[in-house]
Design a protein around this ligand. Structure first.
Ligand code: MG
Length: 274
């Protein structure tokens, strides 16, 4: 089935290439052919952002604590956000962030840019709680989009409650690379949690000699199980994804501004040995 789909894509590309050729013959400028990129995964070889890549089964998470509240940070954690202020955070240039704090959470403000920690981290355990907007707006990647970036690698945050998008970009995906094992999203506006164990990649010169590795729990359910990340997670086009680019051993943790008012609270981190 997938072979048929890929063949269709290849044919489409050939048709597009044919159109580009015809345009070149006339006066119109040549159309740039779309980059088609594939990723090797445990479930086979897939086109990046392929809508035919299977969606993970839906699982209902355990009930939220009716008393409210959340689990606090352990004694050896660095508390990055306790609901009071953004003293541990800046924008990507080191200036005060325009994200807002109220009622114990911080909220993304459109066009304010990513928010990032002052402190830099490499391999670590990260706990973060988030809520996509209760007022549902937009579709696919336009609904409740944000992201947790460890170094350059995004654990996608998205409203994936009854919101179809490409599977490698839904909530809890390692963006563009790895589909989560299950869709265990809560409803829009409800608080959710990520517990992430991250081991940084190791570079020698320009080459990655040990890939990054992720274990991710969403709402207490494992969604990424010891995944070795095959490359970067940066969007490079409708069907292309970034590769590894060398970077320092420690970098700020970032939360993405994708234009949607996603909220975060109770963020803490524990550094791990590489
Ligand atoms: Mg995102």
């Amino acid at each position: 089935m997938r072979t048929v789909v890929l063949s269709v894509n290849v044919c489409l590309l050939m048709v597009l290439a044919g159109c580009a050729k015809e345009q070149t013959a006339g006066k119109a400028p040549a159309a740039k052919p779309e980059k088609m990129q594939y990723v090797e995964t445990d479930t086979g070889r897939w086109l990046v952002h392929d809508m035919n890549r299977p969606t993970p089964p839906v699982v209902t998470p355990g009930e939220e604590n009716p008393e409210g509240g959340f689990i606090g940070a352990p004694s050896d954690a660095v508390v990055l956000f306790d609901g009071k202020d953004l003293s541990q955070w800046t924008d990507t240039k080191g200036n005060p962030s325009k994200w807002v704090v109220r009622d114990g959470f911080m909220e993304c403000v459109k066009d304010s840019g990513y928010i990032q920690t002052r402190q830099k981290f490499g391999s670590c355990q990260l706990h973060v709680e988030f809520a996509t907007p209760s007022k549902v707006a937009g579709t696919s990647q336009g609904r409740g989009n944000s992201g947790v970036f460890l170094m350059a690698y995004e654990v996608q945050v998205l409203d994936s409650y009854d919101n179809r998008t490409y599977s490698d970009g839904q909530c809890a995906a390692l963006y563009g690379r790895n589909v989560p094992l299950v869709n265990v999203c809560r409803k829009p506006g409800e608080w959710q949690s990520y517990d992430i164990v991250f081991h940084r990649p190791v570079f020698k010169g320009n080459k990655v000699v040990r890939q990054a590795r992720f274990i991710v729990f969403q709402n207490g359910v494992v969604v990424q199980d010891c995944v070795w990340l095959k490359g970067g997670t940066g969007w490079m086009g409708p069907h292309a994804i970034s590769d590894y680019q060398p970077h320092p051993d420690k970098m700020p943790i970032q939360l993405q501004d994708h234009g949607n008012p996603v909220r975060y609270r109770n963020i803490w981190v524990r550094e791990l040995a590489d």
